[in-house]
Design a protein around this ligand. Structure first.
Ligand SMILES: CC(C)(COP(=O)(O)OP(=O)(O)OC[C@H]1O[C@@H](n2cnc3c(N)ncnc32)[C@H](O)[C@@H]1OP(=O)(O)O)[C@@H](O)C(=O)NCCC(=O)NCCS
Length: 145
């Protein structure tokens, strides 16, 4: 841990690559001045969709969010990182766990906390939008397992 960056409530997962990283802007606030949960969910859906698309090698659609928990609020100015990892692959569906960490500047350091997590299911589709069989992949495909 460097002098200018230290972990806060939860250790930032430095051994993993975030799929989406974005700064929380004032335009995304709710009436309480915190970041709107729907905006965070959209970033999570993008992150999960990226790893599902890479696995599927083609388009995917979101079919279900089987769990979602907001642990802590996100503030304007927080650096939001979505870590997406494939949990399960079916015949046409890919289940992805997405964990979101916020990093917040405080007295010259960055403190981190896990703010949200969800499990999202994607389905690979063909050009008609119907479910498409997933290709065979090795269990260690990509960096996402
Ligand atoms: C996704 C869609 C193509 C699935 O079509 P469908 O005829 O319902 O397909 P199936 O019932 O065969 O289900 C397909 C897969 O999804 C899984 N699935 C379907 N509903 C699910 C749910 N509620 N939770 C978890 N998995 C689900 C099935 O288990 C199946 O997985 P498998 O093939 O790996 O066993 C169709 O429901 C659809 O187009 N939905 C709208 C998608 C959309 O617009 N999303 C928002 C924008 S991306």
């Amino acid at each position: 841990m460097s002098a200018v960056e230290q972990d806060g409530l939860d250790s930032f997962p430095r051994d993993r690559q975030p799929t989406v990283r974005i700064l929380a802007m004032p335009a995304h606030t709710n009436p309480s001045g915190k970041i709107f949960g729907g905006w965070i969910m959209a970033q999570m859906d993008v992150a999960g969709g990226i790893v599902a698309l890479e696995y599927a090698g083609g388009p995917v659609v979101t079919v279900a969010v089987t769990s979602m928990k907001f642990h802590r609020p996100v503030n304007v100015g927080d650096l939001v990182s979505c870590f997406a990892r494939i949990q399960k692959v079916g015949s046409t569906s890919i289940t992805v766990k997405v964990e979101v960490f916020a990093q917040r500047a405080h007295d010259g350091t960055l403190q981190s906390a896990k703010v949200t997590e969800a499990v999202i299911v994607y389905v690979a589709v063909n050009s008609d939008g119907a479910p498409r069989k997933l290709p065979e992949r090795e269990p260690d495909f990509g960096q996402y397992w």
